[in-house]
Design a protein. Structure first.
Length: 150
């Protein structure tokens, strides 16, 4: 079985290649506060860790001066994959989450579902590049390292 994953939050400002997101993080900030914002942030925080390879603390790229927000992890709910640090931007800046992702959260009653082992393993394989997916972990690590070297 080949699992399809959706992605959210791979913004260039967070060190990811511009080809992984159609928008920058600043373009996705909401002026108003969504009534579901706390539930959305909670769901994002509770995702399953599928890649835990980043030891350095990421910084809040919108804060002046930038402040640490913790190490980056990639999380999943079995369909969507996102960097854990986007939770900070959702909770603190009202970062817009794709409607399809929010709809999935609502269907799941704001609780991240269990991911079957076989699906989880396939998601990790996709992220780590063993099947040639455009979200190969080697490429992500290279992009983040290049960004940090600048």
């Amino acid at each position: 079985m080949t699992i399809q994953i959706e992605r959210f939050g791979f913004f260039p400002e967070l060190g990811f290649d511009e080809g992984l997101s159609d928008f920058g993080i600043r373009e996705r900030l909401h002026a108003g506060r969504s009534p579901d914002l706390d539930a959305i942030a909670g769901y994002l925080k509770d995702g399953w860790i599928c890649v835990e390879a980043f030891d350095e603390d990421e910084v809040d790229v919108l804060a002046s001066p930038p402040s640490p927000i913790g190490p980056m992890r990639l999380l999943t709910d079995g369909l969507w994959v996102w960097p854990n640090v986007v939770t900070h931007y959702v909770a603190n800046y009202g970062l817009e989450v794709p409607e399809a992702f929010v709809a999935r959260m609502k269907v799941n009653r704001w609780s991240v579902p269990e991911v079957p082992d076989a699906d989880f393993d396939e998601i990790v394989d996709l992220l780590c590049g063993s099947t040639g997916d455009e979200l190969g972990l080697d490429e992500i690590l290279d992009m983040i390292e290049r960004e940090k070297d600048v």
